[in-house]
Design a protein around this ligand. Structure first.
Ligand SMILES: [Zn+2]
Length: 419
């Protein structure tokens, strides 16, 4: 009956603790900060274990993202963190697979700057449990390394202060009035009507935080001393948007399949989302000037993907010339993306069978609304591997940059017509 005795004293202890807000050494979980999302199901002060479920509202997208803070940690102790993903629902009420919310390794940080992975978790049906020794009084845990609106703002501001060729700007305000930070990298004194333009963006789906880290790796490479980056800047203006769906990132919602449709099903005559509208307008303008040559949309795929891959143009939107340019670009990226994440040879496409709004997917809109020599493409970087942390993601971004630079050594606007 020792067990009963313990639980009775545990109950009395809990009741006593209820009267006192926070005792020293009491674990406290919170998610009331930008990007935070967690409903606390249980905190066991004896076993130092925490159970949460993602708290996103399905009308604002798949509730697979979670991110919370734990305080009251005794430095050096080992915490057990569990996520219960058994009750995730899509906006239409149907079940969302727990796989979307349960990475093999969770992300954790002691300062919200350096994000590491926990060891492999223990999966039981729709739950996963990770243990982590923490050498601090507080720590943050998340589905993957967070990248929130303030990170986007800080990044574009930092680069524009540090590099004279970088100009930070506001792409637009969101429907909720938040600023969407962006930047352009365009060397002073080189403005001309003839320079090529490339456009790189991430996070049309808010939960896919890895896309923003790939984007950060790309843009930090683009301003670097790598001779390929220097050569790229010589002839190309680079537009970069770290987070498209700022509102759902800020509120910790998933964004994917939100009501009435998400950002990546919005590239239509009447876009609902301001960031999409602003991006379309700019891209149209660059294409009209015959300057646009490339558009890259950065995403994270499903849990079972273990290598990055491109979604390519469906046959319905391809021509021989468009396909030749796209194939050439991917072949070069395949040489660059080797370690630690090797580009997958598989290149699926997003045609009519993929989604009924397939024409409103950004890359497909680019393929149908801009000139034939423009490569519009989606890069999906796997999130469920031991390398799906900031450094791994940023390496993919650098490799993407090198692939773009090598591809653009020859101006695709001069490529021959093939049809
Ligand atoms: Zn996505």
């Amino acid at each position: 009956m020792q067990t009963a005795g313990y639980s009775l004293s545990g109950l009395i202890l809990s009741l006593l603790l209820l009267a006192v807000p926070v005792e020293a050494g009491e674990l406290v979980v919170s998610a009331d900060f930008p990007g935070g999302s967690a409903e606390v199901l249980k905190v066991d002060q004896q076993t130092r274990s925490i159970t949460v479920c993602p708290a996103g509202d399905p009308q604002f997208g798949w509730p697979c993202w979670w991110y919370f803070k734990v305080s009251g940690i005794k430095p050096g102790e080992t915490l057990t963190v569990s996520v219960d993903a058994s009750n995730l629902k899509q906006a239409n009420g149907s079940k969302l697979s727990a796989n979307w919310a349960l990475p093999e390794r969770a992300a954790f940080s002691l300062d919200r700057k350096t994000w590491k992975q926990t060891g492999s978790g223990t999966r039981e049906e729709d739950h996963c449990r990770w243990t982590q020794q923490v050498d601090a009084e507080q720590a943050w845990f998340a589905w993957g390394p967070p990248f929130v609106p303030s990170d986007a703002q800080t990044l574009v501001d930092r680069l524009s202060r540090k590099h004279e060729d970088v100009t930070a700007f506001e792409l637009c305000k969101t429907r909720a009035g938040r600023s969407v930070p962006a930047l352009v990298l365009s060397p002073d004194g080189k403005h001309s009507d003839d320079r090529m333009v490339i456009w790189i963006q991430a996070r049309q789906h808010a939960w896919e935080s890895g896309g923003s880290w790939v984007g950060r790796g790309f843009i930090e490479w683009a301003v670097s001393d790598d001779p390929l980056a220097v050569a790229l800047r010589e002839k190309v203006d680079i537009y970069y948007v770290p987070i498209m769906d700022i509102d759902n990132v800020a509120t910790g919602n998933g964004g994917k399949n939100q009501i009435p449709h998400d950002h990546n099903r919005d590239w239509s005559e009447m876009p609902r989302w301001n960031a999409v509208q602003a991006a379309m307008k700019a891209l149209k303008q660059f294409d009209k000037q015959n300057r646009l040559v490339m558009f890259v949309d950065l995403h994270n795929p499903g849990a079972s993907s273990k290598q990055p891959f491109f979604y390519i143009a469906p046959p319905e939107l391809n021509t021989q010339r468009r396909k030749a340019l796209q194939d050439n670009f991917i072949a070069i990226c395949r040489e660059e993306m080797q370690e630690p994440l090797k580009l997958d040879r598989s290149t699926p496409s997003t045609g009519p069978k993929y989604d009924k709004r397939w024409k409103e997917i950004s890359s497909n809109w680019v393929r149908s609304a801009t000139r034939e020599h423009v490569v519009g493409i989606t890069l999906e970087t796997c999130w469920n591997t031991p390398h799906s942390h900031p450094q791994g993601y940023m390496t993919v971004g650098q490799q993407l940059g090198r692939g773009i630079a090598r591809y653009l050594k020859q101006d695709p606007r001069q490529s021959p017509a093939l049809d």
